[in-house]
Write a protein that binds this ligand. Structure first.
Ligand code: AVJ
Length: 320
């Protein structure tokens, strides 16, 4: 079925408030307290993330966009034109705009967990590309997820930019890549951005910027919990910490308790010792060969890889 051109349809598979509550309470009950980075992206969090992408220290976004600009037509040759193009974690749909002219997708299917942000972005994109058919889906792709796909559509391609795959531990990354491979089916292509390992000084600055935008992004998680789960986190009693864990090849972000304290969330009490942390994000950095191995084990073969001239960032084309 060929959908009519130039429309936005919206599909809502968003996680429910009960899912968020269970996720937060389980994470805070762990010995090493942990909150999933997907929880960053409420409306304010999505805005703060967009501000991060423009920071002088945060190299990934501008580097990836430059790679897409330089090699976009080659990427389109690989992915094929006129197909159903799924984007995972589409955010503001900025990156896809560098590829749309070359790809000419039949349907663009952005998937994001941040509902309002996704809707706004889809409508803004529709205004700029009036001929584009957009099927926007609010969904959590960190668990098995639904997509508004017509069974007749066989020519699927996927775009997963930004190195968001780095938020997944290797075992979870394997699972997600495997699910993407199954959705795409044999012959399907995935274009995926993957951040590369580099000097700790560059990485530490990228995740702990001078203006404190990343700190605000991290702390906004507590603001969200206070609002949505009747929490009483005192923001003055937590601080942002980010560092490159060389052994694990990942940047870790934590919220550090500045004092001994008790915090109430959804009617439950949680104790924090001074210096104790909530681990809020891992951002894995994969050398090309390591990522190729993980992808291959998940059923995706490396076809081509593009990098910038400083080897900061990579974009891979993988084939099912
Ligand atoms: C959206 C997951 C790719 O890991 O670099 C940016 C999120 N966290 N600054 C990343 C993030 C802190 C970002 N990803």
């Amino acid at each position: 079925a060929r959908p009519s051109r130039g429309s936005v349809r919206f599909f809502d598979y968003r996680p429910t408030p009960a899912d968020v509550r269970a996720e937060v309470l389980n994470g805070l009950a762990l010995v090493q307290k942990r909150l999933s980075p997907k929880l960053f992206y409420d409306q304010r969090g999505s805005q703060l993330f967009d501000a991060i992408t423009e920071l002088p220290e945060y190299y990934p976004t501008r580097t990836e966009i430059e790679i897409l600009r330089v090699h976009g037509s080659e990427m389109a040759d690989r992915l094929g034109r006129d197909n159903i193009l799924i984007e995972l974690g589409s955010g503001s749909s900025l990156k896809i705009q560098t590829l749309l002219a070359a790809l000419q997708p039949r349907v663009y299917l952005p998937v994001d967990i941040s509902r309002e942000h996704l809707l706004e972005s889809a409508h803004a994109l529709a205004a700029r590309f009036p001929d584009l058919t957009i099927h926007a889906a609010c969904a959590d792709y960190s668990a098995p997820f639904q997509l508004p796909l017509d069974p007749e559509w066989t020519d699927l391609a996927a775009f997963f930019p930004g190195s968001s795959i780095g938020n997944f531990d290797p075992a979870d990354a394997h699972q997600l890549l495997n699910r993407i491979a199954q959705v795409l089916g044999s012959g399907g292509r995935l274009l995926i951005g993957v951040d590369l390992p580099k000097s700790p000084a560059i990485l530490n600055a990228a995740y702990d910027d001078a203006q404190g935008v990343t700190a605000a992004f991290n702390l906004n998680l507590l603001v969200r919990i206070n609002r949505e789960l009747e929490g009483d986190f005192d923001l003055d009693h937590f601080s942002h910490r980010a560092f490159f864990n060389t052994r694990e090849s990942r940047v870790e972000m934590h919220l550090v308790s500045r004092i001994d304290q008790r915090v109430r969330v959804a009617g439950q009490l949680f104790h924090f010792q001074k210096g104790e942390t909530i681990h809020t994000e891992s951002s894995y950095k994969y050398p090309l060969e390591v990522f190729h191995r993980i992808a291959a084990e998940a059923g995706l073969q490396a076809e081509q890889v593009w990098t910038d001239d400083q080897d900061l960032f990579s974009v891979h084309c993988l084939r099912v």
